[in-house]
Write a protein that binds this ligand. Structure first.
Ligand SMILES: CC(C)(COP(=O)(O)OP(=O)(O)OC[C@H]1O[C@@H](n2cnc3c(N)ncnc32)[C@H](O)[C@@H]1OP(=O)(O)O)[C@@H](O)C(=O)NCCC(=O)NCCS
Length: 161
């Protein structure tokens, strides 16, 4: 008699996570290009894609806290964060359009939250439904609105009314 193992119909790519400081110098241009394509493929991401100097800008804790997801050794997404007096702030999360909906961003956020104690904050355009769904599922809640009219979100917060 044969026994069969249940297998997933669609194999999911394996993501590996690297610390930003391990790959930043080598992969900066690749990240800039991914950011450009992510921006081009998205509504409500930001007014302009980040450039080299934005990724390279030195901020407290940024190089240790930020993460790059790779698939078969190539970058598939990133999360850029830094320390602020009131917690840790996520500046940027993006997935290469070719790898969307495969769990890259949720994997980045889950790993980031697991290694980041305290409150984590971020800002998101109210029209960015994919990102809001992602953040809500990860445990972020809306805490208010920025002067520019974007939504502020935080972990460990109750829903803003
Ligand atoms: C938002 C973004 C980072 C999501 O990345 P991703 O790797 O595709 O996300 P995941 O595969 O981990 O998705 C996790 C969950 O987020 C939600 N989600 C992601 N994309 C979505 C979409 N297009 N529509 C609705 N929900 C979506 C879903 O709940 C999804 O879970 P599911 O696939 O099991 O339904 C990606 O679309 C992106 O790079 N957008 C441009 C950059 C951006 O807007 N960043 C956020 C700035 S605040």
């Amino acid at each position: 008699m044969h026994s069969t193992k249940a297998t997933s119909a669609v194999p999911q790519p394996v993501h590996e996570l690297r610390r930003f400081d391990e790959v930043a110098d080598e992969l900066l241009d690749v990240l800039v290009e991914m950011e450009r394509r992510a921006h081009e493929a998205s509504e409500h991401y930001d007014t302009a894609p980040w450039q080299r100097e934005n990724f390279a800008l030195d901020l407290p804790g940024k190089r240790e806290l930020s993460l790059v997801a790779t698939v078969s050794g190539r970058p598939a997404g990133f999360l850029i964060a830094s320390r602020r007096p009131d917690g840790t702030h996520v500046h940027r999360v993006a997935t290469d359009p070719r790898h969307r909906r495969t769990g890259v961003a949720s994997g980045l956020i889950a790993a980031f939250l697991a290694r980041t104690p305290g409150v984590v904050t971020l800002v998101c355009d109210a029209g960015n439904r994919p990102a809001l769904a992602l953040y809500t599922r990860a445990g972020f809640r809306v805490t208010g609105t920025t002067p520019e009219g974007k939504l502020s979100l935080a972990t460990g917060a109750t829903t803003h009314r």
